[in-house]
Design a protein around this ligand. Sequence first.
Ligand code: GAF
Length: 385
Amino acid sequence: MSTPITNASRDLDAAFHEAYRRPSDGIWHAPGRVNLIGEHTDYNDGLVLPFALAQGVSVAAAARDDDVLELRSLQAADEAASVRLDDLAPGATEGWAGYAAGVAWALREAGHRPRGASLLIDSDLPQGAGLSSSAALECAVALALCELSGAEVPRPELARLAQRAENDFVGMPCGIMDQSAALLCTAGHALLLDCRSELSAQVPLDLGGLTLLVVDTRAAHELVDGEYASRRAECEAAAGALGVPALRDVTDLTAALDALDDPVQRRRVRHVVTENHRVEATVGLLRAGAVTEVGAMLTAAHLSLRDQFEVSWPEADVAVETAVRAGARGGRMVGGGFGGSVIALVPSGLVGRVCDAVLTAYEARGWRAPAFLTAVPSAGARRLT
Ligand code: GAF
């Protein structure tokens, strides 16, 4: 379904014309996400609860008569890439273009036949903020390539293909959350996703008088690194030691902790098991209309990510502590960790006070000023024009 044409899509269309000297066939958009709760649970077959942002990645695209995929981005004007579909190979396309080329590769690997296409990409997601710009890029490109080629791929399958692009083409062993959020979220809702069964439900996110404030800590966030992969490996090793397929299957936390010798594995298990419980509790609170109580869940999740999973970073800890002291009902780091953003659940009348308090706390430490964004639970990926 198309949505009304906006100034932004008109500008992207004009930029496409200028770049390729021809009109585009359409513009597709996929949003970034904030994960309300359920962090580092997706690759443990657990539960996640993300929602889509209004901000995201848009792709203007036109089919070509040859088998060339031409990639340009308004955010990286001097890094155009061009690759023949037959030459697509993991690792062969570097940088941001790898996420887009990887989608074409994953579609072909799954037996689809994407056509050659010229793409121009635009993003209004802050770079490196941990709001899932990579998945938004993958999913916008996936929608564009499918529609230009007449391939009808169900969205859950498209999410898996986009994940495959990131896992096997780019080399980042992410779970399925971000791609599912980009493709399956709906406006006004969070997406409860069971990452084992892939069953999902839309949970109304009625904020009442509260605001979901995103604090971009401006601490660089880079997921193609060893820390994420090593957390994943630690979880898999712990599941192996416990004789379960995944940490999702741990039903008796105390017995599991007693059974593990390795203190690191014990901490990882404690986080994953309690985090799945927090997702369930949060869904219960949202369905009961008790959104204010969700704040305590967010803060508990943050402490667990900081102390048990050990993926937080100083700017995130200070943002959460300061926001709560200034009146937020709770807050936590979002995404993989080691940089990126924090969300805080703030009574709307206190947003200014919370922002000022965080700014002052950063200034006192000599840190870069953070950036703020109000998160509005928005629609998932779609064709814009
Ligand atoms: C990153 C990954 F891409 C997701 O799959 C997920 O594991 C998340 O970190 C942590 O919850 O965003």
